[in-house]
Design a protein around this ligand. Structure first.
Ligand SMILES: [Zn+2]
Ligand SMILES: [Zn+2]
Length: 276
């Protein structure tokens, strides 16, 4: 679980692993909103707090800025919530776009965060070994049930250092030539067979680029919408791992999915942030 701060002036939200790490986030963010409260003249730098009557003047710019940030942070410290999850933002129901290439460490941080809070984790990924390692290294305990749907081969022997004792995991190998409909049907069947009532589902889709590359834009859009609708029945969060800069067609599909995507998050300097 993480700590969360939501800016009261704009849609910015940040989540940090440690509450103490939030001071730098709030201070910098609020300073950007109130940059005119900071001024330089006669070799000196001054700030006037927009929230209270405090004003300071100093010679050392860095020190003055740090002090102002810390002061701004104090005004919002009561609004930082602890023990929350990114998916709480959408009530654990909907589609989260994760702005990170599926094979980045940043993606691992978020996939671990989502799967950690679910009873059943389903991951459609071309790199099953990466997922296994991310969960093994980052989670205290695995979800009750983990199903990896992979277009790549996976051999449990490939990760001899991972202890699967007590871990309920299954790998479903997919033919890489399967259509989005067939991938969607596979996921749907897995949910039918494994989901227990009331249990949170974390569904990771790390093959979005491949689907967009192999099929037309309409089918890729339809694939996500159908999965989202299927998941709405079960109750859970679909995470789409995307690097929109890498592929123009992916950006097009994401534009078309604007109404379907409930939240966009990225990893910035170790923190999770909401992208507007
Ligand atoms: Zn803001
Ligand atoms: Zn103040």
């Amino acid at each position: 679980m993480v700590s969360r701060w939501a800016c009261g002036r704009c849609g910015f939200v940040a989540w940090t692993r440690e509450r103490s790490a939030m001071a730098e986030v709030t201070g910098s963010h609020l300073l950007a909103h109130h940059s005119d409260a900071l001024s330089k003249s006669d070799f000196r730098v001054s700030w006037n707090c927009p929230y209270c009557a405090t004003a300071k003047t100093a010679y050392d710019t860095d020190e003055a800025v740090a002090e102002f940030k810390s002061h701004l942070h104090d005004h919002v410290v009561d609004r930082i919530e602890d023990g929350v999850h990114v998916a709480d933002r959408i009530g654990w129901d909907g589609v989260v776009r994760v702005d990170a290439a599926a094979t980045d460490d940043e993606a691992d941080a978020l996939r671990a965060h989502f799967h950690d809070a679910a009873g059943i984790a389903v991951a459609v990924t071309p790199t099953p070994e990466r997922l296994v390692r991310a969960l093994d290294e980052r989670l205290d305990s695995w979800p009750r049930r983990t199903v990896i749907v992979s277009t790549g081969e996976y051999d449990f022997e490939a990760t001899p250092d991972v202890d699967f004792e007590g871990v309920d995991i299954e790998i479903v190998e997919l033919d890489p030539r399967l259509s989005p409909d067939e991938v969607g049907e596979t996921v749907s069947r897995i949910l039918d067979a494994n989901h227990e009532p009331g249990e949170r589902v974390s569904l990771e889709v790390s093959v979005f680029h491949q689907i967009v590359a192999a099929f037309d834009v309409e089918r890729a859009v339809e694939f996500v919408r159908m999965l989202a609708a299927r998941l709405a029945d079960a109750g859970g969060v679909l995470q789409l791992y995307v690097d929109a800069d890498a592929d123009r067609n992916v950006a097009t599909v994401l534009n078309l999915l604007d109404e379907t995507i409930d939240l966009t998050v990225a990893v910035d300097d170790g923190r999770f942030v909401r992208r507007p």
